[in-house]
Design a protein around this ligand. Structure first.
Ligand SMILES: Cc1cc2nc3c(=O)[nH]c(=O)nc-3n(C[C@H](O)[C@H](O)[C@H](O)COP(=O)(O)OP(=O)(O)OC[C@H]3O[C@@H](n4cnc5c(N)ncnc54)[C@H](O)[C@@H]3O)c2cc1C
Length: 492
């Protein structure tokens, strides 16, 4: 589809950009997504490291998990769960006080479920960027965006001056695309000149953020003296958090991997000494050692790791939320949406909400973008209500087949279990359309393999079922005969 009339460019493949792009595509808008990194995820990336002896290690070194509180977002997360790239992380977690050197609380479950991408946090963005209707271009940094006033189009130019195309709408899903502060880090001007959007510029001038260092550790033996897999620290100037990354569902357990997060104050202090430019190996090694020593000083019997490396997140968490009510910034005349966690709240939930809001704005913008029908059937569409929006399933295709799809609904489950560690039961999806008016999946508790029926229209209970049925029928007949006999003249 080369006609720019129908095209939207999304810059950034973090969760806000990925959700926005996939939602637009599912609603019939053609989307091209540009991401400067080699892969999708942004601050939900997974880092692949190699040890000197060639071992490959994976770490979620950004957001370790996320929670959602809003019911419409929960629907979306449950859909991701059913598609197998999100699972619940159900390990115990606790808070550790450096003053007492003790855990002061250990929880089995928090107030909200904790979700992770499977097999890595980046799996969610990866799946969304691969959806039909989204053309994703990784390793492409957008260097400049220009507004062509005559054609009413956005023109995108790469950092090396290459023409990236013209688009009817634009989504900027990272504050670095608009924030003048980026010049301090890269020496380059932000791609979008705020003079183009004077009404929005006041909100975008000072997008402060808090930094964080993450330290990735791999141990040959499990740290079995630690009673939880996720620790928040109190009263440490250095450490804010530690979690056992390899305890999440779908991860390799060949080694035990932990990630430490520094406090924002410690990270800001290091950055004040070393500057905003890319940190040197010396700095990273010093940070890794200091944070590891603090972890050891808990007294929790922590052995030496065989792998240890630090990563700097210069803008880990936005310090401000600039569009809490609207959820994204929107310039109607130029069809420009600016979204990301910095619009709503400094977490994955805020970023998802913002990405959805941006998609809604573009979809409802004055010039229609959409072909008449959504590109993909059976996917959420965004429906507007007067004050809010909701996600609803659209025209899910119900399939009828006489051939069972097998345990787990024909899915190829690794080790026979799904992302949440559940074994597939029942016959799988697409079996009971006529009977129930919907596809009933293999996890439905009303089915077990012994009760499978060839079509879903009849009950096939096997020999046991037949015997129970025969005994019940015989009992009823005998009761009837006895009743007739007792009330007849024969019994006199
Ligand atoms: C250490 C750490 C711990 C965290 N812990 C949690 C947690 O426990 N729970 C939670 O909910 N959240 C947590 N978060 C926050 C969460 O990760 C973010 O809120 C969320 O991922 C932000 O998503 P986003 O799409 O707004 O931005 P990002 O993920 O930052 O995505 C922006 C993307 O745009 C790309 N981009 C920028 N400029 C350009 C350009 N010019 N051209 C092309 N591409 C560009 C970037 O490369 C990036 O991929 C944590 C974050 C960090 C760093």
């Amino acid at each position: 589809m080369n006609n720019p009339f129908f095209k939207v460019a999304v810059v950034g493949s973090g969760i806000s950009g990925a959700v926005c792009a996939s939602t637009l595509a599912r609603n019939g808008v053609y989307v091209t997504l540009f991401e400067s990194a080699r892969g999708p995820g942004g601050r939900m990336s997974q880092r692949r490291e190699k040890t000197e002896d060639g071992k490959e290690l994976h770490f979620d070194h950004g957001a370790p998990f996320f929670s959602v509180s809003k019911s419409e977002l929960l629907c979306l997360v449950q859909e991701w769960q059913s598609r197998g790239f999100v699972a619940e992380w159900k390990e115990k977690f606790g808070s550790f006080d450096f003053h007492t050197l003790k855990f002061d609380n250990i929880y089995q479950e928090g107030l909200r479920k904790r979700y992770v991408g499977v097999p890595g946090m980046n799996s969610i963005c990866k799946a969304l960027c691969n959806e039909s209707g989204v053309e994703s271009k990784f390793g492409v940094s957008v260097g400049r965006v220009e507004w062509l006033d005559d054609a009413k189009l956005w023109s995108l130019i790469g950092v090396d001056g290459q023409n990236l195309g013209q688009f009817k709408g634009l989504v900027a899903s990272d504050k670095n695309i608009v924030s003048p502060r980026i010049a301090e880090v890269t020496g380059r001007l932000p791609p979008l000149d705020l003079k183009l959007v004077p009404e929005l510029s006041a909100k975008l001038h000072n997008l402060a953020a808090r930094p964080c260092f993450a330290v990735m550790l791999a141990f040959a033996e499990p740290l079995s003296s630690i009673p939880v897999k996720d620790i928040s620290f109190k009263n440490s100037k250095l450490l804010s958090w530690a979690y056992c990354d390899s305890s999440k569902p779908g991860r390799s357990t060949a080694s035990e991997r932990w990630v430490l997060h520094s406090t924002a104050e410690y990270a800001a202090d290091i950055i004040a000494q070393t500057g905003l430019k890319k940190p040197s190996e010396i700095t990273l090694n010093k940070v890794a050692e200091q944070l590891f020593q603090e972890f050891q000083s808990t007294g929790l019997n922590i052995s030496q790791p065989f792998y240890k490396r630090a990563h700097r997140w210069g803008s880990a968490f936005p310090a401000v939320s600039i569009a809490e009510d609207e959820k994204c910034l929107w310039d109607k005349s130029k069809r420009l949406a600016i979204c990301g966690d910095f619009c709503v709240s400094p977490n994955v939930e805020g970023a998802i909400e913002s990405g959805l809001a941006a998609a809604l704005r573009l979809k409802d913008s004055p010039i229609p973008f959409t072909a008449q029908k959504p590109l993909v059937r059976g996917v959420p569409t965004i429906a507007r209500t007067s004050s809010s929006f909701k996600i609803v399933a659209s025209g899910i295709k119900k399939i009828k087949t006489d051939k069972p799809l097998g345990i787990g609904g024909g899915m190829n489950l690794r080790d026979g279990v799904d992302a949440s560690g559940r074994k597939g039961t029942g016959k799988g999806v697409y079996q009971y359309v006529d009977k129930y008016g919907a596809n009933v999946d293999g996890y439905s508790p009303i089915y077990t393999p012994e009760e499978w029926s060839p079509t879903g229209d009849v009950y096939a209970g096997g020999a046991t079922g037949l015997a129970i049925w025969a005994v019940t029928l015989a009992g009823l007949l005998a009761g009837g005969v006895l009743l007739v006999y007792n009330t007849s003249a024969l019994a006199q």
